[in-house]
Design a binder for this molecule. Structure first.
Ligand code: LHQ
Length: 261
């Protein structure tokens, strides 16, 4: 498939997916969703990808659903269908990918665009970027996992404020509130994102995949269940080359060379 609305490539262990409709702040159309789905299907161990970057072209990250790309007089059925067909599978896919997913929020992240960022494992944002949940301004509720991510990351009070008022949150405030991992100065942004990607592309990928799944599972697990999740993951990781390499490197006071297996 050739892409018109996204850019995608995998080199040096880093898969990069850039939303590329900058004139509309990378708001999501059905055509764009099809391209994203096709690209994400290629993010596999066989492709050599050990980390995925999701970012946007231009001054925005993603303004959510392209409101001009809904069926005219869009009915409730249309919205539910868009969620079933595109938004929910996208969130599931990002959460299930067996490698870290980094979201570099280069500008405004609104609506489903904000929640798409929150579905990623590590979210970095430019200081000039912002997050908002403007669903309440158009008579909807936060989707794309918003009602799941917001209270878990922010607590109920702040989640309610964001969802019911649609207030724009600066990247700095988002980091302070624990919505995202880091807010970075605009001038340092690209350099720091690249450094993080390089680090993750050389990390013990399987261990990170298990870490990601275990942390996400914990949202609905008991301590007892989680102890067993950890045991099972440790059992699997104990057989990996990366584990043996990590221990050998530590004992011999050298830098480990991980191969993601
Ligand atoms: C847009 C959009 C946009 C189209 C900017 N659509 N053109 C919904 C329904 C179905 C199923 C599943 O899920 C969803 C989930 C959703 O995501 S609903 C929420 C949709 N998003 C919004 O309501 C956000 C709408 N956008 C805005 O509020 C502003 O654009 C923000 C605050 C993001 C940025 O404001 P500005 O920096 O002032 O930029 P702008 O408003 O001037 O936008 C630039 C252009 O992008 C402009 O086009 P134009 O041709 O006039 O230059 C906008 O119309 C276009 N654009 N968001 N979602």
């Amino acid at each position: 498939m050739s892409y018109r609305h996204i850019e995608f490539d995998t080199t040096g262990g880093i898969a990069r997916l850039t939303l590329n409709r900058p004139e509309k702040l990378n708001s999501l159309t059905a055509a764009m969703h099809e391209e994203i789905r096709d690209a994400l299907a290629q993010v596999t161990r066989e492709s050599g990808a050990r980390v995925l970057l999701l970012t946007g072209a231009g001054r925005g990250f993603c303004a959510g659903q392209d409101l001009a790309d809904l069926a005219p007089n869009g009915s409730a059925i249309d919205l539910a269908e868009a969620i079933e067909k595109y938004y929910a599978p996208l969130v599931r896919k990002l959460r299930a990918l067996p490698l870290p997913v980094v979201c570099a929020v280069n500008g405004v992240a609104a609506g489903a665009g904000a929640n798409l960022a929150l579905a990623c494992d590590l979210v970095l944002a430019k200081k000039s970027a912002s997050f908002l949940e403007p669903f309440c301004k158009i008579g909807l509720l936060p989707d794309t996992g918003g009602t799941y991510f917001l209270p878990r990351l922010l607590g109920t009070a702040r989640a309610m404020g964001m969802a019911m008022l649609g207030t724009r949150l600066s990247a700095a405030q988002a980091a302070e509130w624990g919505l995202i991992w880091k807010c970075l100065d605009d001038e340092q942004f690209e350099m720091e994102v690249e450094a993080l990607l390089a680090e993750l592309a050389n990390a013990p990928t399987l261990a990170l995949a298990h870490t990601k799944q275990a942390i996400y599972t914990s949202a609905s697990a008991t301590l007892e269940e989680q102890l067993m999740v950890e045991r099972d993951a440790m059992r699997a990781l104990g057989h990996t080359g990366d584990f043996h390499e990590g221990v050998d490197a530590f004992l011999n006071k050298r830098t480990a060379e991980f191969h993601g297996r």
